[in-house]
Design a protein around this ligand. Structure first.
Ligand code: ADP
Ligand code: MG
Length: 492
């Protein structure tokens, strides 16, 4: 039986505000436990919540960035449940009338075959709503007891819900990455996954390929890295398929991923909305957003990734997949534009630059576990490399050598000229031109009569052997394209 995987993600993004969503307590991370929770966060009698304006503006910003509808009126609701880290006994959230409705996100799903361009999909979002975070239960260091830290209680969250349109773990990760790139780009979330600023719940189900109805889903809670997200889904998909094929039935439940065992485990059977006894929050008026406020937020927005993308495609002629990859984070787009600014002919050289960023640079950053902002080859230096590739000074092979030498020595001060200095110092200039290459080729032909005869007898492979000899004699510096042409000419 062929199975289709169905995934919808609920992402909790902590909004970057100085104070909490309904109180003046600080949202700073890492303070001593219970030093940043005030009576409002604890829901003590007589306190009243007051909505944080900044949190609302962040939600509007997000809504505009994904082309969603920003609701003119939205309603806060009480979601009732009992848990030790929830002192009020309810969470203030939004339910039937959220602040953001709809919207889309373009994602780039890496190709399964290395070197192929990523696949692009547009994913629909259901909604995004404002809510408060809960506190944290601490199970360490208490001699068998648990402690509660309420510093996080009341931290503003934007819960962002996707339609069940994702069809693989890879697509789910691509979506989560795109969303992470967007909220950090917009400056509404710091994106720090270790600190829990960006947490993902994955709803996963499977169905026989071709079946219309969705299967029963399990929800895997609180995944705080892209790797865990991917592995948790992969495990869960295998588990559900095996269960069904063995004659079992998936039950709707909440599960937790254990990275050490690399498996998901049942936590509790899933509550239905009814279990939460949602009702409108009596202490808060409806959230009214007028067009003027939306315009004010719009005017204050940074250039959006989608706008930059369109510009890269229209003005620089980059393929959509390249434009999407380069704008996957603000730091990446800034690096690209800084390098572009150092190129004499940006339009003609943009594609080479893009290839280097998505190829060699991305691979090296990945190997070293570095963010692009900490690249050991600076943007202007990468531009210097592209300039010397474009004017024929460097072959692809020599350029890689220059790049890796720079990387090993880096980060060094200076712009494109650093590349030239290195080329001179190490004699990495490509050897071009008939007058220099001619004698080298003549020598190779004289020394390899056997290969020459074989080639003339129709053995194509012999030609490559001769090219190899020329490259060897030139210490890898001969211009490969010219060697090919000249060799063909000389062999007649
Ligand atoms: P709840 O709020 O109870 O978790 P929702 O209907 O709001 O439930 O859906 C939450 C998430 O689950 C959404 O991202 C949605 O796309 C996803 N989802 C819903 N049904 C399925 C399913 N059968 N398989 C996978 N994901 C699903
Ligand atoms: Mg849910």
């Amino acid at each position: 039986m062929q199975w289709e995987v169905v995934i919808g993600l609920e992402v909790h993004a902590q909004l970057l505000t100085r104070s909490k969503i309904f109180s003046g307590a600080s949202t700073r991370f890492g303070a001593e436990p219970n030093t940043q929770a005030c009576p409002v966060d604890l829901g003590l009698p007589g306190t009243l919540p007051v909505l944080n304006r900044q949190a609302v503006e962040h939600a509007i910003r997000f809504g505009l960035a994904i082309g969603a509808q920003v609701a003119p009126v939205s309603i806060f609701a009480r979601k009732n449940y009992f848990y030790p880290d929830l002192p009020k006994g309810y969470q203030i959230s939004q339910y039937e009338q959220p602040v953001v409705l709809g919207g889309t996100l373009d994602i780039a799903v890496p190709a399964e075959k290395a070197g192929d361009p990523p696949r692009i999909r547009t994913i629909n979002l259901t909604r995004a709503h404002l809510e408060e975070d809960a506190g944290k239960s601490l199970h360490e260091d208490f001699a068998g007891m648990s402690g509660i830290d309420l510093n996080r209680a009341g931290t503003p969250l934007l819960e962002i819900v996707s339609e069940p349109e994702l069809r693989s773990a890879a697509e789910a990760v691509a979506y989560a990455r795109a969303l992470h790139g967007l909220v950090t780009w917009l400056g509404i979330c710091d994106g720090n996954m270790q600190e829990g600023s960006f947490r993902v719940d994955a709803n996963v189900s499977v169905r026989p390929l071709g079946q219309k109805e969705f299967g029963t889903r399990a929800e895997i809670k609180n995944l705080n890295s892209f790797r865990f997200l991917e592995r948790a889904i992969q495990f869960e998909v295998r588990r559900q398929i095996e269960l069904i094929e063995d004659g079992g039935r998936v039950v709707q439940e909440t599960r937790l991923y254990d990275p050490d065992a690399d498996e998901t485990r049942s936590m509790r059977t899933k509550e239905d909305a009814d279990d939460y006894r949602y009702f409108p929050e009596p202490d808060l008026p409806p959230l009214v957003i007028d067009p003027a406020q939306i315009e004010a937020v719009r005017n204050d927005m940074p250039e959006l990734p989608s706008t930059k993308r369109a510009r890269y495609q229209d003005e620089l002629g980059l393929p959509q997949a390249d434009a999407l990859t380069l704008t996957s984070s603000l730091a990446s787009a800034q690096f690209f534009e800084a390098a572009l600014a150092a190129l004499p002919d940006a339009a003609a050289q943009a594609k080479t630059l893009a290839n280097w960023m998505m190829g060699e640079l991305a691979a090296q950053l990945n190997r070293d576990g570095l963010d692009i902002a900490d690249s050991k080859v600076s943007a202007p230096q990468l531009a210097g490399l592209v300039i010397r590739i474009a004017d024929g000074t460097l072959s692809g092979k020599l350029a890689r050598e220059v790049f890796h030498t720079l990387w090993a020595e880096g980060p060094v001060q200076g712009g494109p000229e650093v590349v030239d200095a290195l080329i001179d110092r190490q004699g990495l200039r490509q050897i071009s031109g008939d007058d220099v290459l001619g004698p080298i080729i003549d020598q190779v032909l004289a020394n390899n009569a056997k290969s020459v005869d074989e080639y003339r007898a129709g053995k194509e492979k012999a030609f490559n052997a001769l090219v190899g000899q020329v490259m060897k004699l030139s210490k890898g510096k001969a211009n490969p394209q010219q060697v090919n042409e000249l060799l063909k000419k000389k062999l007649g």
